[in-house]
Design a protein around this ligand. Structure first.
Ligand code: ADP
Ligand code: MG
Length: 585
């Protein structure tokens, strides 16, 4: 007699069940994911005894026809993928087609479902993997699944379950995460007949968090929205204000493509960004949504766990760290008392050439004919691909008018361009500062009268640590007493009137950011962002000549399409789009 045999489906399902569902919360997770995949806008979760004796998930999703309902309980039956290649781009939660048969194989399982176009629903009862009954039933469109006596037939597994309150807590926490991930779905969670939480569909993430975690937490968070056009990464959501920390990381929630995940990469990047901003050993509450191409992330690491793996771990880490650091830096500067933010002196108010001062022009950034012949040529060609400025000498973009003091309307060979003056100015200044970083002797201006500045001890220490780096960048700051410094020179891009404020802010940033000499380029990028954002962004009105010059400089930038903070710098409506809108006559 051969000792090798094919396992019956029932045994195979029970084995699979061990992998897919380790405990009640996994059942809830699988079923809620199915409801979301089915397009539900209302989901109700009910449990008893931590889910061990009873779980019910009810949704108003698209439901199943009688045939689909039966098929859904077959192993590897899924409506979500067909080929192995689909795995790379799958956007639904489930796709293995294992959850329902696995759960049904280790419980008393009832499925009721009705899809649009059917007058009745289907009810299927299964006990320990055996079909007991299938009949029609009356119900609205949607699906109700009841799972009773989970693992009763698998005592080995039952033994590993924790107490009812512990299992319950896992389920509530998990459902909260789903609710955060899907603010437009109404949720209700009942535990032994008591409503644990309930939240209607919310448009806004902050409202959702207030509903679920309380208003005071929601008020302690600031919005994040940063995208990187190069990689296509985007980080949105809410993150702790500087100084707001918690003793556990339960409220540090990260989601990748709307799926709550555990990721060391993301966790560390967030903690790093808060280094020096919250007490040691505490965790910032945050609800952060990372959006990346589905191919960039492997969610398939473990069926029951929430771990993910990124194809490009380092890039993700840098992006998230940078995104939060910048958000916090802007917030820190914005929250400083007004008196500290001295406005630049009046004489600087309107100076068209100012942001692009030829005297300090750094060759490559100028679009004057001279520059076109030099090393900028490849860059111009590159941006032509995107913006297609026709020729460099006659300006490709002709300013028609400045609108509402903040936009420049341009006539271009391709169509009409609306330029956002402030965002464009930020991009141009940002790249200028970064470029000066790469020069051996960045353009510098000496102050007629050196300025003295006193720092508090910790700030002083941070400045001393980074003094070399700073002084290589066109500053000349000397220590001339304990915690006293003298500013002798400034980089060309910094207004002397802003010197003291800027140095204080820069020292704050260096202190919060930390970082070693090796990361000086990254550090300098944050300094450059500081220099063009928050209170250092342009507040004066630009003349037409300056706006024209700004556009010409912008199109020679390396990343002309967005501000350093990810905002679009201009929007173009092409002539063919106009033709389309008016229709051919
Ligand atoms: P998977 O989600 O991996 O496809 P499941 O075993 O979880 O596998 O579900 C099998 C199939 O049953 C799904 O592909 C879907 O077509 C159907 N299904 C499961 N739950 C629901 C639901 N709540 N509403 C509608 N269809 C569902
Ligand atoms: Mg599923």
């Amino acid at each position: 007699m051969s000792s090798i045999r094919i396992l019956s489906d029932r045994v195979a399902n029970q084995i699979a069940a061990g992998e897919v569902i380790e405990r009640p919360v996994a059942v809830v997770k699988e079923l809620v994911e199915n409801s979301i995949d089915a397009g539900a806008t209302r989901i109700e979760v009910e449990i008893r005894n931590g889910g061990k004796s009873y779980i019910r998930i009810e949704d108003n999703g698209k439901g199943m026809s009688p045939d689909e309902a039966l098929l859904s309980l077959e192993r590897h039956a899924t409506s979500k993928i067909r080929e192995a290649a689909d795995l790379n781009v799958v956007s639904s939660f489930g796709f293995r087609g294992e959850a329902l048969p696995s759960i049904a194989s280790v419980s008393r399982f009832t499925l009721r479902s009705r899809s649009e176009g059917w007058e009745h629903g289907t009810e299927i009862k299964i006990n320990g993997g055996k079909l007991i009954e299938k009949k029609d039933c009356g119900m609205p469109v949607g699906t109700v699944i009841e799972v009773a006596q989970l693992f009763n037939s698998v005592p080995a597994r039952r033994k590993f379950l924790k107490t009812d309150p512990t299992e319950s807590a896992h389920i509530t926490y998990n459902t909260r995460l789903f609710a955060v991930a899907h603010p437009r779905v109404a949720f209700r969670v009942l535990d032994s007949g008591r409503t644990i939480f309930q939240s209607p569909a919310c448009e806004d993430l902050r409202d959702r968090i207030a509903e679920i975690w309380g208003r005071s937490l929601a008020d302690d968070l600031i919005s994040v929205d940063v995208s990187d056009p190069k990689t296509g990464y985007r980080l949105t959501g809410l993150t702790a204000k500087p100084g707001v920390g918690r003793s556990t990381r339960r409220e540090l929630v990260t989601l990748v493509n709307r799926r709550p995940v555990d990721s060391r990469t993301l966790g560390f990047a967030v903690l790093d960004a808060y280094h020096g901003r919250i007490q040691k050993g505490r965790y910032p509450p945050a609800f952060l949504f990372l959006e990346i191409e589905p191919q960039e992330v492997d969610v398939n690491v473990h069926p029951a766990k929430r771990e993910v793996r990124f194809r490009n771990d380092g890039a993700i880490r840098r992006f998230v760290l940078g995104a939060i650091t910048d958000t916090l830096t802007v917030a820190t500067v914005a929250e400083r008392p007004k008196a500290e933010l001295r406005a630049p002196a009046a004489k600087n108010e309107i100076d068209p050439a100012q942001p692009l001062k030829p005297a300090v022009s750094l060759g490559p950034i100028s679009t004057k004919p001279r520059a076109a012949k030099t090393s900028t040529a490849p860059r111009i060609i590159e941006s032509q691909k995107l913006a297609e400025p026709a020729k460099v000498n006659t300006p490709a973009w002709r300013l028609i008018s400045i609108l509402k003091k903040q936009y420049g309307l341009f006539d271009t060979p391709r169509g009409l361009v609306m330029l956002h003056i402030r965002y464009a100015d930020q991009r141009v200044r940002f790249e200028r500062i970064l470029r000066s970083y790469k020069e051996s002797t960045p353009p510098s201006q000496s102050l007629l009268i050196p300025q003295a500045i006193e720092l508090e001890p910790l700030a002083s220490e941070a400045l001393l640590t980074h003094l070399d780096l700073i002084n290589e960048q066109g500053f000349q700051v000397e220590e001339f007493g304990r915690h006293f410094y003298r500013i002798e020179s400034l980089p060309a891009w910094l207004e002397p009137e802003q010197a003291e404020d800027f140095i204080r802010d820069m020292v704050d940033l260096l202190r919060q950011r930390g970082g070693s000499r090796k990361q000086s380029e990254l550090i300098w990028e944050s300094v450059a962002k500081l220099a063009v954002g928050g209170s250092y962004r342009r507040k004066d009105t630009m003349s037409e000549a300056a706006v024209q010059q700004l556009a010409e400089t912008l199109i020679t930038c390396e990343t002309p399409h967005t501000s350093p903070f990810g905002k679009p710098t201009f929007n173009e409506i092409t002539w063919s789009e106009w033709e389309r809108r008016f229709g051919k006559g």
